[in-house]
Structures are given as C-alpha cells and as structure tokens.
Design a binder for this molecule. Structure first.
Ligand code: MG
Length: 301
C-alpha cells in the first residue's frame, strides 16, 4: 500500500488508507504534546511545553495561540461536560478550564506534599479523572521549574473532581506517562517511559483490569515499543491501541500484537483522533503536528 507505512500484519491494511498524505499542519514549535480534539468547536488544541503555550488548529488550516503563559501545560483532554482538563508542569497541578474561561485547580498535592509534575490525563465516563505524575516536568528548567520530588512514588492517580479526593491507582511505575481506557472502560492502559533516563526500564505499555469500584488489578505488560519510548497513545473503536514511538505511530491489536506503523519524520509524543469526521490521526511530534486520515476512529464509551 502506498503511503508512509510499515505493514507488519495484513490486518493493518484495513485500518489505513491508500493515497493519503501525512500532512504537517503546524510547525516551528519546541516540543508538542497534549493533542485533544473538540468536535463542538471543530478544532484541535495542543501544548508546546517549553514555549508555555496551548495552540489551536482550526479546520481551515489556521493556527493561533489559545493560551499564553500556559504554566508548561502538557497533557490535555476534555471532561464529560466538554471542559478542557490540563496537566501543568509549572504549577504541578491538574486544572479545568470552565465554560466561562476561568481556570480551576483540581489537584496540586497528595499526602500534604506537592505533586511531581502531572503529565497526561483521561476522563472516565463516570466523571473520574485519571492522570500520571512522573518527574519529567521538574527535572530541569526546560519543561517546568527544576525541583526535588517530594512524592515517594511516581503515581497514577484517580481524582474525584467533585471532592478533590485523590487515590493512588498504582504505584508500580518508574515514570508513568500516557494513559487510556478501553472502549468498555474495563481496562486501563498506562505507558512506562522510564527508559528515557534508565536503560534498565522496559519500554512497555502496561494494562490493568478496572473493577466496579475503580480499583486496578491484574497489572501486566500489554506490549513493548521497539523504537524509543511510549509516551501518549489512544484506543480506537475496534480496540486497537495507537501509540507514540520514536519512528512514528505504532498500531497494536487488543492483544498487544504490532500490526504496523505510520512513519513520521520526527519523534512522536502523542496523538488524538479528530478532524471533521473523526477519522484523522492528529499527531504531535517534536517541533510539528501532523495529520493523516485513517480507516478508524476513537473509542467512545
Ligand atoms: Mg506524556
């Protein structure tokens, strides 16, 4: 099949399209992350962490600054009411942008101590907010403010946005990063990106069963990334997992088998399904954002 692909399993051909281009829709950034598609506004928001900005890409191709002085915003998502939820390294917090534009801090400490640097975030259909808290945003002054971690773990947290209560969902990561639920929300996938600073840590996505009380159990390796580290990723409507990697986007079936790759000329940090018909992958990759049409769409619980 023509296109920027590496096909490993023939099933991948049913998920991609021939004769489509990988388009660079924004460039000139430092490190792009946190893509989230707002269907109601037909726009993509994404972070440029070191530049302290959140940008907005519109379907007419224009790009403008959605938020200046973003406090080193990283991961973004939206809640069930369509409000923007953002991880901010600079304030070591998770925030919600209200419909009137006001920014509310939802979480900035656990056990009486500051969080490390919330990285990526997802909202479950019950409204609970799940986020990862590795130390990347406090390791240097490039993506935040250099500080000593005060948390004893790099947690995956579950947050009740009504009460502000935080629970440690799991403590077993060196550096937890991207996260996503399966379509039925019975599984939570979490990326382990600790190999960025420690070769002995495997570059894997782990998966957990989510019980009726939102507790995680039966943690196991879902798959291994063979190029670079897994940062952000998304699950599609067929149960496939589309993950960031050094050489592009890797697509895995629900069993963790690698089906194929979309090759991207810059290291990929994250991706989101979106576009007017929901069938584009919008890919944040180092200095640029790329888009490509695929024959799939986001999982929707
Ligand atoms: Mg990340």
């Amino acid at each position: 099949m023509n296109g920027p692909y590496e096909i490993i399993d023939r099933r991948f051909c049913d998920l991609i399209l021939a004769n489509v281009a990988l388009r660079r829709i924004s460039t000139g950034h430092l490190w792009t992350e946190g893509p989230v598609w707002f269907a109601a506004h037909q726009c993509l928001l994404f972070s440029d962490i070191p530049n302290q900005k959140i940008y907005r890409w519109m379907c007419d191709g224009s790009v403008n600054v959605f938020r200046d002085n973003s406090n080193f915003a990283n991961g973004n998502t939206q809640d069930r009411q369509g409000r923007l939820i953002t991880c901010q390294h600079g304030t070591r917090s998770v925030t919600r942008t209200e419909h009137n534009g006001k920014i509310t801090t939802l979480a900035d400490q656990f056990d009486g101590k500051p969080l490390n640097a919330p990285n990526d975030v997802v909202v479950k259909s019950d409204g609970s907010i799940w986020f990862t808290d590795p130390t990347y945003g406090i390791l240097s002054d490039y993506e935040g403010h250099k500080s000593t971690p005060e948390q004893s773990h790099r947690n995956v947290f579950r947050l009740d946005p009504e009460t502000g209560e935080l629970w440690q969902a799991t403590t077993e990561f060196t550096q937890p990063n991207g996260l996503a639920f399966s379509q039925d929300e019975k599984r939570l996938y979490v990326a382990e990106s600790g190999s960025s600073h420690d070769d002995s840590v495997p570059s894997v996505i782990r998966v957990y069963d989510v019980d009726a009380n939102n507790m995680l159990e039966n943690g196991r390796v879902f798959t291994t990334i063979d190029k670079g580290i897994p940062d952000g990723f998304r699950v599609d409507c067929h149960g496939n997992v589309w993950s960031s990697a050094a050489d592009g986007v890797h697509c895995f079936d629900a069993g963790g088998e690698l089906l194929g790759k979309i090759l991207v000329p810059e290291t990929v940090s994250n991706l989101s399904f979106g576009g007017p018909r929901g069938n584009e992958l919008l890919i944040t990759a180092t200095t640029s954002v790329y888009a490509i049409h695929v024959n799939s769409a986001a999982a929707t619980p």
